[in-house]
Design a protein around this ligand. Structure first.
Ligand SMILES: Cc1cc2nc3c(=O)[nH]c(=O)nc-3n(C[C@H](O)[C@H](O)[C@H](O)COP(=O)(O)OP(=O)(O)OC[C@H]3O[C@@H](n4cnc5c(N)ncnc54)[C@H](O)[C@@H]3O)c2cc1C
Length: 365
């Protein structure tokens, strides 16, 4: 077990990005401590839907597609490798993504050919046959059968157990307040519980990451973007695929829970839920799947995504402070991008060669 005094690397933020970065590093023999202001895995990574694909993936730049593509091929193996030692099943499942009413067929097909993704153009009748519970006013749909989903709260719990088993230290209720650096090198993090020293520090603070970097004379454009979500408890099998229409989605879990989301709101660091959003999401859900009108909403929550321009995360070393790294700004796709982001972070921090074009994610880009 790593003690507080002996960590080689401090990771600020115990969300999915921080914990998967830690996982990548401990497997390479790095002694890691994770500093988390609250409890691990309770912020955006918990609040998300766990769709393992960007929505309308052809709309994203190659920098996002490259990370998504790499991670999609490895997520099932990650889920399996966490399930056994932790006893927690992250419920990876290839439920596919059905996108209704999209007029961007040409762009979608061209993108799929480029990335070797399976994408089928369905008639309205074929789409309706796929999901009889769904109501579509459409002229058809695009179907991506290979797209998977994961139950992100379970993934976070499994990851936490696996990290502890591998000797990572968790310091919860410990807020990073400031960074200490001398002669262009990181030396320590001042926290609400004292100073923690290490030669490497990774900022993975999600929507809050920019606040800590503020005093390093380098600002990164990461801002909070609120997303609200409703949870229905239906009979298992009412819906089988992730369905996306006009920017909103329904995600069926194995046990009958259906998540409906989400809003995209620029409301600062305010994480409260609103009646207006609940009403709007209910209307959207019931238009898409009329049977949901008779189903109970069991939960309504909000999370703050780490918003960035075009959804391209910042992954790399600070240009002026050696040993200080960031891994943040994954916006709407932090779950699907997390695996590749952690790999790239590990490659850079451990000075390994990397398969990714690191310049696309550099802080000073
Ligand atoms: C409604 C919604 C739906 C989503 N759906 C999907 C989806 O289907 N697929 C997908 O890929 N992505 C989805 N996302 C996006 C995804 O959840 C995020 O991009 C991702 O979780 C970001 O992870 P993170 O670890 O950077 O941030 P977080 O999970 O927010 O973690 C950051 C952590 O840092 C801690 N922290 C911050 N500041 C400090 C400090 N100073 N000291 C110590 N700790 C600190 C916080 O407490 C927090 O625990 C969704 C997000 C939302 C909100």
């Amino acid at each position: 077990m790593v003690s507080k005094a002996t960590a080689d690397c401090l990771i600020v933020g115990g969300g999915l990005i921080g914990m998967l970065s830690a996982y990548e590093l401990v497997q390479a023999g790095v002694r890691v401590a994770i500093l988390e202001r609250g409890r691990t895995g309770q912020e955006s990574s918990w609040a998300g839907g766990g769709i393992l694909s960007p929505l309308y993936p052809w709309r994203y730049p190659d920098a996002v597609s490259a990370l998504a593509h790499w991670g999609q091929a490895r997520y099932q193996a990650l889920a399996g490798s966490l399930h056994e030692p932790s006893g927690i099943d992250p419920e990876w499942q290839q439920s596919g993504l059905l996108m209704l009413n999209t007029a961007e067929q040409q762009e979608a097909v061209a993108w799929a050919e480029r990335y070797g993704a399976v994408l089928e153009v369905l008639s309205a009748e074929a789409a309706a046959r796929c999901e009889p519970a769904m109501q579509s006013d459409s002229g058809g749909a695009l179907w991506m059968p290979e797209v998977a989903q994961i139950r992100n709260p379970r993934l976070l719990s499994a990851l936490r157990v696996a990290l502890e088993q591998q000797g990572a230290v968790f310091e919860e209720q410990t807020e990073a307040l400031a960074l200490q650096h001398r002669h262009g090198r990181i030396t320590a993090v001042e926290t609400s519980k004292g100073v923690r020293h290490a030669g490497k520090v990774v900022i993975a603070g999600g929507a809050w990451s920019g606040q800590l970097l503020g005093d390093t004379r380098l600002s990164i454009a990461v801002e909070p973007v609120r997303g609200q979500m409703l949870l229905y408890k239906a009979a298992p099998g009412l819906l089988k695929r992730v369905v996306l229409a006009k920017g909103h989605y329904a995600i069926p879990r194995r046990d009958g829970h259906i998540l409906v989301g989400s809003t995209v709101e620029y409301a600062g660091f305010d994480k409260s839920t609103t009646v207006d959003a609940a009403t709007a999401l209910r209307r959207i859900a019931e238009q898409l799947v009329p049977a949901l009108a008779g189903v109970a909403v069991v939960r309504h929550w909000a999370g703050l995504r780490p918003g960035s321009a075009e959804g391209i995360p910042y992954i790399g070393e600070h240009p002026e402070i050696a040993g200080l790294y960031v891994n943040t700004g994954h916006f709407r796709n932090g779950v699907v991008l997390a695996l590749a982001s952690a790999k790239l972070l590990g490659d850079l921090l451990l000075e390994r060669t990397t398969d990714f074009d690191a310049t696309l994610y550099a802080i000073e880009r």
